[in-house]
Design a protein around this ligand. Sequence first.
Ligand SMILES: [Zn+2]
Length: 307
Amino acid sequence: MRTMIAALVGAWVSIAPTSAPEGPAWDLVSDAPTVSVFPERPVQGHLFRVRVAPSPGQPLAAVRGEAGGEVLRFAVDESGVYEAFGPAPIDTEGSLRVQLVAVDEGGGEEPITIDLEVVPGEYRHERLSVAPRLGGRLNDADAARLAEDQAKAAAVARQAHATPRLWTDERVMPREDRVTSGFGNGRIFNDEVSSRHLGLDLDGDPGDVVVAPSRGVVALVDSFLLAGNIVYLNHGGGLLSGYFHLSEALVAEGDTVAAGTPIGRVGATGRVTGPHLHWVVRVGTTSVDPRSWMTMPPAEGSGAGDD
Ligand SMILES: [Zn+2]
């Protein structure tokens, strides 16, 4: 049975599918799980939250899903509700397809397809009249090192996908400081966006402490060519975060951190013009605006809010 819900969905209210293109499927609506998405219309480059609630007396054994090129990693709470974060990739135009499969206890599978309307992000673009040099050409040794760094970051993404959810709704900013460069701003050359700022820059003086925004495990402490001294945190459920240009790390790989645990100090290592924190948040390898995580309201009725 294929369930198609066009242009969804309420905030954290139950969603009765009001317009079902395939009528007969909804004759069984009392058996259908209830899907809710927050925000109803995600913004380009932001996280969104998907919840799948079983219908009464029809518990679910599992929920799988995919959106924006990433697998959605669902966790189940004590009331049998499944929940995952998904990314709306920054280059999404128009709508984003979310494909879910709800598995009942008998092993029966119900595919659910949702097309979310994606709101354009307000990103600033700098128009260039000469080709960007992308920080200068890399020599062969640097190019090889960059590829190595990227492979290590990709390994962290795989690890985050393979780890059960660790993040909770208790969150803090890694630094309470001024945003010096927002997420998603780009440069345009020949009408093409040639490069994007896929992190959030927070101001800081060398030595200022950076803390973990939420629960996780330290996945990588290293020194990268462009990013300098880095710490990557694996928050599980596909979610990871990275902290670049640090003067030093205050954690070691394998350490468990909670919201507020000091993990490093602001620095100016790697390719930077001055000290600041470049903070990245990703679902797998898809970068999202870290602020869309920090401002995500706790799930209603989940009891997950620790604050
Ligand atoms: Zn940055």
